[in-house]
Design a protein around this ligand. Structure first.
Ligand SMILES: NC(=O)c1ccc[n+]([C@@H]2O[C@H](COP(=O)([O-])OP(=O)(O)OC[C@H]3O[C@@H](n4cnc5c(N)ncnc54)[C@H](O)[C@@H]3O)[C@@H](O)[C@H]2O)c1
Length: 262
């Protein structure tokens, strides 16, 4: 018996590398998985790869009616909802030059839509006697990065929102946690590096204790843990899956005090 046998999981943004790994890991652990994404081709192909116990609906999570349709379709097809992974994101960010419309768009995708997904699944989870929600945050939620204002603020909001949700959904038996990923091999990394993993690892090495970027599967493993009963006493927590990025301080992995003697 696998840890998520008989469970149904909903994943937003399941169409690209990290989302796909999360969808596959949940499915391998026994769950039926429904994917919501605006990327029709990517979403369909991940559902096709899985075949049985998988569903894709083209869903724009900024649209309340579309969210309701997606949640209803998943509940009807699989008989209930136990797990929600709020993974879809927007990287729209021109830092301090961003106009109001961009702020609203970024926060709509990265924060408000996660809330609307949660609102929509809550009655279904309550009917099952509980559930688990995993919000995708980021190392960007706790540090300043040049030229980035919108994305980190949205991710920081989601870390706080995870605590708010955990508090108010606990009476329904719903646990809510977040994963803060470090640099992870993903569509954006593939595009920016020209699909050069070795170069990406080299660039990431100085600020990840493990000296490389993470694999999508390494993040997905933590999501499966948080979604399952082995995490039955875990709620309201932010889980770093960052190869030690957040443990490293400004001194980096260099002997700094010794520099005083040089
Ligand atoms: N890539 C990294 O290194 C990294 C690091 C830390 C955290 N994260 C987080 O991991 C998650 C996945 O990141 P990624 O790099 O794979 O992103 P990505 O852009 O490759 O994937 C995001 C997915 O969300 C979908 N999406 C966007 N807007 C949507 C909408 N309105 N409705 C439905 N779907 C929508 C996109 O189509 C895409 O499939 C995000 O939450 C991101 O913040 C990524």
């Amino acid at each position: 018996m696998s840890e998520l046998d008989g469970k149904t999981a909903l994943v937003t943004g399941g169409a690209t590398l990290i989302g796909r790994a999360v969808v596959h890991a949940l499915h391998t652990a026994g769950a039926a998985v429904a994917v919501a994404d605006i990327d029709e081709e990517g979403g369909r192909s991940v559902a096709d790869e899985l075949g049985d116990r998988a569903l894709f609906e083209r869903t724009d999570i900024r649209d309340d009616a579309a969210v309701d349709r997606f949640v209803a379709a998943a509940a009807e097809r699989f008989g209930g909802i136990d797990i929600l992974v709020n993974l879809a994101c927007s990287y729209l960010d021109e830092g301090g030059a961003s106009p109001r419309a961009d702020w609203l768009e970024s926060l709509d995708v990265n924060v408000v839509s996660a809330v609307m997904m949660t609102r929509a699944v809550r009655p279904h989870m309550r009917a099952r006697g509980g559930g688990a929600i995993v919000n995708f945050t980021s190392i960007s939620s706790q540090v300043a990065q040049t030229g980035r204002w919108l994305y980190p603020v949205g991710k920081a909001a989601l870390v706080q929102l995870t605590r708010n949700m955990a508090m108010d959904l606990a009476p329904d038996g719903i646990r809510v946690n977040s994963v803060s990923a470090g640099w992870t091999w993903s569509k954006v990394m593939v595009e920016l590096s020209g699909d050069d993993r070795a170069k990406t690892d080299r660039v990431a090495a100085p600020f990840h204790l493990l000296g490389r970027v993470g694999d999508p599967e390494e993040v997905a493993n933590v999501v499966v843990f948080l979604a399952g009963d082995k995490a039955s006493f875990v709620t309201g927590a932010d889980w770093a899956v960052d190869g030690g990025y957040s443990a490293m301080g400004p001194e980096q992995a260099e002997p700094a005090i010794q520099k005083l003697q040089q």
